[in-house]
Write a protein that binds this ligand. Structure first.
Ligand code: C2O
Ligand code: CU
Ligand code: CU
Length: 457
């Protein structure tokens, strides 16, 4: 009988999820954003307190909203007993402010950064980037959004009332043991696949519900998972419109039914809700991440703009310098070009302001069905790797020689490279210093699937 009651409570807890929490917008104090890295307590399951990490709170962090042209000052105080760093993922910034593995914030210290925002409207994010220890810190809760607005984003008729019709969704996955406690790297396959959870978490909460206005709502979606690629769809398979990639607006809204986001990637989408959308769900495959309960209030924006930004001019890439990056290996041997991360070694030397083509290949092989025997997939190293580059927003020129899909033609900083695939990226760097490129499966990064490039005049 006890068991039955327990199960019953479980069912209730999952079906009547919590209301979706919205990370608060951080206010500047005398012109400065203050972030405090703190230990927290968070209940993923009612009554089960978990030890988590957060910025200014128990889990995740506030949203920093800035504007192109702003001079931004941020003070990060580390109150942990452990070191940390804060990396501004997607931001073009000098390397001393980048927050990579070289900018360690010791326990008790405050890291002060100041930089101008030189790029256009986009949804970026921030997270720790310690050598070999990024995965566990993100997993415990350290991640937040950094939103850039500009003249264009303010002029476009798009929903942009933060938390009302402009909704951040930080999507992650976690694994819990039978007692409802967080588990990290507890299975042998975790070393190969990275830390895949079995439970979806949105803005820090399991299976939340959200009440949109009637009409259109904008979602800024971040895949903040350590290793999982999400295949997002609505339960009725409706069409939604993607308006932005990692680094900003697409030229035009692109109608889609599925959004594939690998770790580190972002997308902004527009969804139209009507009063009959009760119980509509956002799913990853069959898994329900978020349930919608539309309210009654009509939204403000009715029609999507036809053009968002000017499309990029096509350029002749035949004379550009090409660099090759091969992602290979499996488990503890994952590497790029046969090398694993070494803080003292610079792998590539790049000239400031020069445009190059980076060719990124995932050399693990596509297998025939006959080889896909239970659980052996990972063992064969047949894993997609999301490739990320610091200090830039790049363009995808081609995937295996074919032009990218319409929804991939915006600015990007992270790109999923499937087994056997080769992708050409158009890159260009506007700041000098030492930066990282790496796989954004955090356990791969931590095991050394990362390299360093130096940008100089
Ligand atoms: Cu989002 Cu080098 O990381
Ligand atoms: Cu980054
Ligand atoms: Cu990887």
């Amino acid at each position: 009988m006890k068991v039955i009651i327990f199960l019953f409570i479980c069912v209730i807890r999952v079906t009547l999820g919590e209301v979706l929490p919205i990370p608060p917008l951080l206010e500047r104090e005398e012109g400065v954003f203050h972030l405090k890295v703190v230990e927290g307590k968070h209940e993923f399951f009612q009554g089960i307190e978990e030890e988590t990490l957060g910025y200014n709170g128990d889990i995740l962090g506030p949203t920093l909203r800035v504007r192109k042209g702003d001079e931004v000052e941020i003070h990060v105080k580390n109150t942990l007993e452990d070191e940390t760093t804060v990396h501004w993922h997607g931001l073009r910034v000098i390397s001393a402010m980048d927050g990579g593995p070289h900018q360690v914030i010791p326990p008790g210290a405050t890291w002060k950064v100041r930089f101008p925002i030189e790029q256009g409207a986009a949804t970026l994010w921030y997270h720790p980037h310690l050598l070999h220890r990024t995965g566990p810190q993100v997993y415990r809760g350290l991640a937040g959004l950094l939103i850039i607005e500009d003249e264009r984003s303010e002029a476009l008729k798009l929903p942009r009332d933060y938390g009302v019709d402009d909704i951040p969704l930080i999507i992650q996955d976690r694994r819990f043991n039978s007692k409802g406690r967080l588990e990290y790297l507890t299975r042998p396959e975790d070393i190969i696949d990275g830390m895949l959870g079995d439970t979806g978490v949105v803005n820090g909460v399991l299976a939340p519900t959200f009440s949109p206005r009637l009409g259109v709502t904008r979602f800024r979606i971040l895949n903040g998972a350590n290793a999982r690629t999400f295949y997002l769809r609505f339960s009725d398979n409706r069409t939604f419109y993607q308006i932005a990639t990692d680094g900003g607006f697409l030229e035009k809204p692109v109608g889609r039914r599925e959004l594939i986001l690998s770790p580190g990637e972002r997308a902004e989408i527009i969804v139209n809700f009507t009063s009959s959308d009760k119980d509509l769900q956002l799913r990853d495959g069959d898994y329900t991440l978020l349930t919608f309960m539309p309210g009654r209030e009509p939204g403000e924006v009715e029609k999507l703009p036809k053009e968002l930004v000017k499309g990029a001019e096509s350029i002749d890439t035949s004379k550009l310098k090409r660099r090759y990056f091969v992602m290979q290996g499996t488990g503890r041997s994952v590497n790029i070009n046969g090398k694993q991360m070494d803080m003292r070694r610079i792998d590539e030397y790049v000239k400031l302001g020069e445009t190059e083509v980076w060719v990124v290949t995932n050399s693990s092989h596509h297998m025939g069905m006959g080889m896909m025997m239970g659980g052996q997939m990972g063992m064969m190293g047949n894993i997609p790797h999301p490739f990320h580059i610091h200090n830039t927003q790049f363009r995808i020129l081609s995937r295996n020689g074919l032009p990218p899909s319409r929804w991939e033609r915006g600015d990007k900083d992270t790109v999923l490279v499937s087994p056997g695939e080769s992708i050409e990226l158009l890159v260009e760097f506007r700041h000098v210093g030492l930066y990282m490129y790496h796989c954004h499966i955090l356990e791969h990064e931590d095991m050394g699937m990362m390299g360093q490039f130096n940008v100089s005049r």
